[in-house]
Design a protein around this ligand. Structure first.
Ligand code: COI
Length: 369
């Protein structure tokens, strides 16, 4: 592994008063439209011994060579995590070590340099402290943090880059997208399009997983659906929905209420929200939790029998997105997610938000220091 950069080497160059950016109203934030006053950059140069000193600078454009490998071969990865302003005014991160772990896995897969995740968390915490007024004073908004690692070496060879840039930018955000009137989304499955395949990078957060989803999403939108349901294989296994992990609640063959999500078989992004839901809901005595293959046939059959109760997507950006309808071949499947009296999706969402905003003390949430 590469020798990491360190928090103790962090250099800070603060923005001058005239460089400070006006803060938008929390109601109109959208997702990733506004950026904070500062950013972080950490260069990697193999010739200079690897990782250089981390630096916090005023938010500014990058200068990048047009031949940089990131721009041609997508030798690149990114992460997404949030900083929450709690009821006690303290700022918390939610399991950031999982994002760091995933970042290093993606780096290794792409020939990008690895680093010590703890050091990056500490550098990011300092960046948040500097821009702390950008963490919204609201429980419907957060500060979204986007660490990104790109191959900056400017040669056309497809090989591990000799230079790279890790940068972190931050954006105050509200909802990732607009749901339908009832708060739920309709999703469309096109078996002809795949997001990920065995041996591929569906389980790594690399940009190249996202660009190729745009055409299919636009096609789904034309048919009146907000997101794409990604299927895989001859059995039409459900893998993910949009940029989220997918969950289903049903009455299982034993007559118990069960929360299911596809297993981490290489096709699934190991979501921090996904993992947290599994771990939290496993403690609930009235619910069976299972990682299992879910096929479209099973969805259709359960729905016909009235045993399919809920479907929802889960991710850092959206948190929880209930699903009320699935379009698939000539099926138009109505899911009674919004008709449940005590839906699991709401309980999951309330629990996550309670932890994130400090209503509930829990080891998943870490107050930054
Ligand atoms: C998520 O946080 O759920 C995402 O996948 C982020 C998305 C904007 C790429």
């Amino acid at each position: 592994p590469d020798i990491s950069f360190k928090r103790e080497d962090l250099q800070v160059r603060l923005a001058a008063p005239y460089q400070l950016i006006p803060k938008p109203e929390t109601v109109e934030l959208g997702f990733g439209k506004y950026f904070t006053d500062h950013m972080m950059k950490i260069n990697y140069h193999k010739q200079l011994g690897g990782w250089q000193k981390p630096e916090i600078t005023p938010f500014e454009n990058l200068s990048i060579h047009p031949a940089a490998k990131a721009l041609h071969y997508a030798i690149q990865l990114f992460e997404g995590l949030k900083a929450y302003r709690g009821v006690d005014d303290k700022i918390r991160l939610f399991r950031p070590e999982l994002n760091m772990e995933r970042m290093n896995l993606a780096a290794a897969r792409s020939g990008l340099p690895t680093f010590d995740g703890n050091e990056l968390i500490q550098c990011i915490s300092r960046l948040i402290q500097i821009d702390q007024e950008w963490v919204p004073h609201s429980e419907t908004s957060t500060l979204y943090i986007r660490p990104t690692l790109i191959a900056s070496e400017a040669t056309f060879g497809i090989m591990a880059p000799e230079s790279a840039l890790l940068f972190v930018i931050m954006s105050p955000v509200s909802a990732y997208y607009k749901a339908g009137g009832d708060g739920a989304v309709s999703i469309f499955a096109d078996p002809a399009v795949v997001r990920a395949f065995p041996g591929g990078v569906g389980n790594r957060k690399v940009g190249s997983n996202y660009g190729p989803t745009i055409e299919a999403t636009a096609r789904a939108a034309k048919l009146g659906h907000q997101q794409v349901l990604w299927l895989f294989g001859p059995n039409h296994e459900l893998t993910e929905v949009g940029a989220m992990n997918i969950f289903m609640v049903h009455i299982n063959d034993q007559g118990d209420k069960q929360l299911s999500t596809p297993p981490l078989n290489g096709l699934i992004l190991p979501g921090v929200t996904r993992r947290s839901i599994i771990e939290l809901a496993s403690q609930w005595e009235d619910l069976t939790v299972k990682e299992e293959v879910i096929t479209m046939e099973r969805v259709i059959e359960l729905n016909k029998k009235g045993r399919l109760l809920e479907m929802f997507g889960a991710g850092t950006a959206v948190v929880i997105s209930p699903i009320s309808r699935v379009g698939f071949l000539d099926h138009d499947i109505n899911i009674p997610t919004m008709k449940q009296s005590q839906p699991v999706f709401q309980r999951v969402k309330d629990t996550l938000l309670a932890i994130q905003y400090g209503h509930l003390e829990h080891p998943f949430a870490k107050v930054i220091s």
